[in-house]
Design a binder for this molecule. Sequence first.
Ligand code: NAP
Length: 334
Amino acid sequence: MDFKLGGITTGPETTGPEHTKLLILGSGPAGLTAGLYAGRAGLEPLVLTGLEIGGQVALTHIVENYPGFPEGVGGQELVDRFKAQAERFGARLVMDTATEVNLRVRPFEVKTYGNTYTADALIIATGASPRKLGVPGEAEFTGRGVSYCATCDGWFFKDKDVIVVGGGDSALEEGLFLTRYARNVTVVHRRDQFRAGALMQQRAKENPKMSFLMNTVVTDILGDDQVEGVRLKDVQTGEEHERPIDGVFIFIGHIPNTDLFKDQLEVDERGYLKVHDWVVTSIPGVFAAGEVADPVYRQVITSAGMGAAAAIRAGHYLDELAFEAQEARQAQQD
Ligand code: NAP
């Protein structure tokens, strides 16, 4: 018997390998779009959602650059729509996380917290996780003033002073979102130029609640039970000073979630899965989609596109497998 949580299966009571033609790891835009395409192709895909359905976009307040939504769409709403569409066409979502993968055997083997799955083809859409600053206090105060998600935690900083670390679109976008709650949002960036796009920079600079500390890094996050301040260093002069602060929001990019596959699939020097033809990995039958294999574009639309492409390629691969199996059966009979 399966357990249902919000319409999603949370893993079977019984253990024992469960076979599926196509297993999809991850439920962000890439995984759910792969589920949609594979479902429509009759591949009966099983999607292991991971802990958080929707991945990073589910934590985004509003998505303004996904086509078809001229007024923008909430990140969670977009995920709900992706999920409903995938399920409508037969994708089965299971709320479980892969803990071990064996791509050296056929069918492939994937262990999760709740079960073991075997699959003829696999689409890896495990996304990426926020990069950590790696300074003292960061781990200790995560959830107690240190956050990687403005949409999740912004509300706790009503009328407080916060800093945002980073200089990309995420830092400025999330910083702008935080101005809804916080009294002041100071962006701390290690260089004198932002990496963020011009429009985002303009919006940030025009917001009266936002200020900017360039050429500056955080060297220490300070506090007792929760964040009370940061130690900042001017990278040009080397001068350091402490600054009282209530919250530290860190948006300095992401690290692809490839630990499970690193010794079996080719990865690049930053840990992204190497692919050719957009979604094809170094092992036949294993495809990759979304940010786990995309160090360049990392957009909802490009991840969804990769998901669609991976499902199409997986379909072709499964057709070939079925054809070969039929040929082998035929040869035995002859
Ligand atoms: P990003 O563009 O890679 O920017 C990361 C920022 O963090 C950079 O400014 C980088 O500094 C800084 N950084 C990295 N490591 C650091 C460290 N150890 N200490 C201090 N600072 C550090 O990442 P992102 O902002 O998450 O954006 C990812 C992608 O999503 C981009 O393609 C972006 O355009 C896109 N995105 C788009 C939107 C939108 O269009 N609305 C919103 C969010 C994200 P340097 O600049 O010095 O390297």
